[in-house]
Structure formats: structure tokens, C-alpha cells
Design a protein around this ligand. Sequence first.
Ligand code: TXA
Ligand code: MG
Length: 317
Amino acid sequence: MACLPVSDEQLERAAALLRTGGIVAFPTETVYGLGAVAFDGLAVARIFEIKARPRFDPLIVHVADRQQLAQCVIDVPPVAERLIAAFWPGPLTLVLRKCEAIGSLLTGGLATVAVRMPSHPVARALLERTGSPIAAPSANPFGGLSPTRAEHVAAALGDRVDMILDGGPTEYGLESSIILIEPTPTLLRHGAIPVEQIEAVIGPVQRDIPPGSATLAPGRLPHHYAPHTPLRLIAPERVPMQERTEAASLAFRRVQSGYRAALALSPSGDLRIAAAHLFDALHRLDAAGATRIDVEPVPESGLGSAIMDRLTRGSAR
Ligand code: TXA
Ligand code: MG
């Protein structure tokens, strides 16, 4: 554990806080999470309160190993086993049938639980030291921008959490991909693992939730991941110069001129780099005092699908 960005003492203090009902924000390879011991009903209730999260929107449970996984789910169907072999530890969340020990507050009353095994060394060390699965949604107020740096968590929730572990900027910058396993493998959220890679392992997955089954995907709200400043998805060439002066711009490759603040996600057009910069760029532009943020669409393949999912929801009013 020589090159962990947080010290042994900090990890020990965080684990002790969690074991006694505390709430600790910690880095994962995707975004920062707001953690509580998954079996501690009171601490889980505090997470909902701190985030102002609706009770119907369940949390993701993080596990260190198979033993912790077995404390959360009834069984692991063969399709899930193949995904685990291919992608864990890493940014893939599986929705499986929950055990008794997982409370219904955590799952929003569903019979299933979302679980993932993170790869981030700080998240893993925290899970091991705490000795229990940790429930953690993204560490942002409900509906807002996800945090990819400890500073984002401190600015939005700093006074309401017991501790923030600072592991620096996160690697992927986008939340995990979520797959519902039964009855049919279904993509519930585009995320850090492109759906094409998932399909290469288990074959085609359903991508549309049938109408009327909203309870299968309670978190798929049209308005989510939004900055305070209104967001507009638009090709830069369609914005006249006189409309730029009070606005901010987030371009894909090339910084746009004439805006009061402007950033580009990846000059080389690399979607992985774009994803890693997305939320941090939006946090920065949101603080620029602009009337609006114009965002350039990115190509919708691979990670581009997850980036466009966040931008489409972030711009919905
Ligand atoms: O990368 C991530 O997944 C991050 C890090 C911290 O691990 N976590 C995260 O959690 O993004 P959160 O709470 O922001 O998003 C969890 C999503 C929600 O949309 C929720 O509705 C969905 O997972 N979810 C949780 N349990 C579910 C279940 N049993 N069935 C269907 N969807 C579920
Ligand atoms: Mg979230």
C-alpha cells in the first residue's frame, strides 16, 4: 500500500467512523461516493437525507470481495458470473436479488440490490478495513453534477459529512455502467464501461426499459446531472457571436471563441479523456457566472453514449 494517496491513519479513522454509523465520502475509479455501512439502517437513512434523495431511488452497495458480495445477494446467476470475471474489480454495477440483511430503505423497496466491486485502491482499502459492504451513491446533492474531485464534495456537502478522503481526481470521471441481470440482461445506465464491451462478453443486452416498468430503473429520471447554470446541447457553428458574450462553452475538441468562459474536453478527440474531464469542466463553467453553458455534442459510440446520456439529462428542464 506504498503509493496510496491517503495515509494509514486517515483510512483507519474513516473505517472507525463508518463502523460507528458515520458518513464518509471516498474516491472510487468512477466518481466520489458518499458511504455508510450497508447494514446500518440509520446511517443509510442519513445518506438519503444528506443528498435530499427521494426514497424510491436505491443506492449502490460496494464490496471488497466475494465474501462481502455473498452478504448482499441471494445468488449469482451464470450471466453475472461472466460479467464479474470480465469486469470486476471495476466500474460495472450488477443488479441482483438481495439478501434479507440488505434493508428495504437501501433498495427503495425493491427485491433487488445494485452491487459493484470497485478497483480504486482507497475504496478497496476502506472496504477491507471497515469489514463490511459500503452503500454509496455519488457524493453530490440529488440531481446535481457528480463529484470527480474531493473539492467538489467539499463544496457541495462538506459541512454535512463526517469525513472526506481525498484521493485526487478520479480515473474514469463517469459513473459505473449498470446491468440488471434478471429476467433479461438490461442496460439501466450507460457508464464507464461501454455497452459494446459488455455485449462482447454476454451477447446483446436490452437497452430500452419497457414502458410501465419504471420501478426497474428508478434512477433514470429525465432531469439529472445538472449544473445550476442552464445547459444547452448545440453545435458551436450554430451559435452567433453576439449570443456568446454572457455564456460559457464546453466544446469537444477545440475551445470556442467569444465566450466569457470556454473549455474543451479533449483536443485529440479521445472519448476516454473527454469522459474523465466532463464533470470537472461542468463544475468549473458552472462557477463562471455565465447565463448559460453551450455544450457541443460528442459522437455517440463507446463512451460517447454515456457522455451524451449525462449531457442530455443535464440539459433537460
Ligand atoms: O460509479 C458509480 O456507480 C458511483 C460510485 C460512487 O460507485 N455510484 C453511483 O451511485 O453512481 P448513484 O446512487 O448516484 O446511482 C445509482 C443508480 C441510481 O440511478 C439507482 O436508481 C440505481 O443505481 N439503482 C440502485 N439500485 C437499483 C436497483 N435495485 N434496481 C435498479 N436500479 C438501481
Ligand atoms: Mg448519482
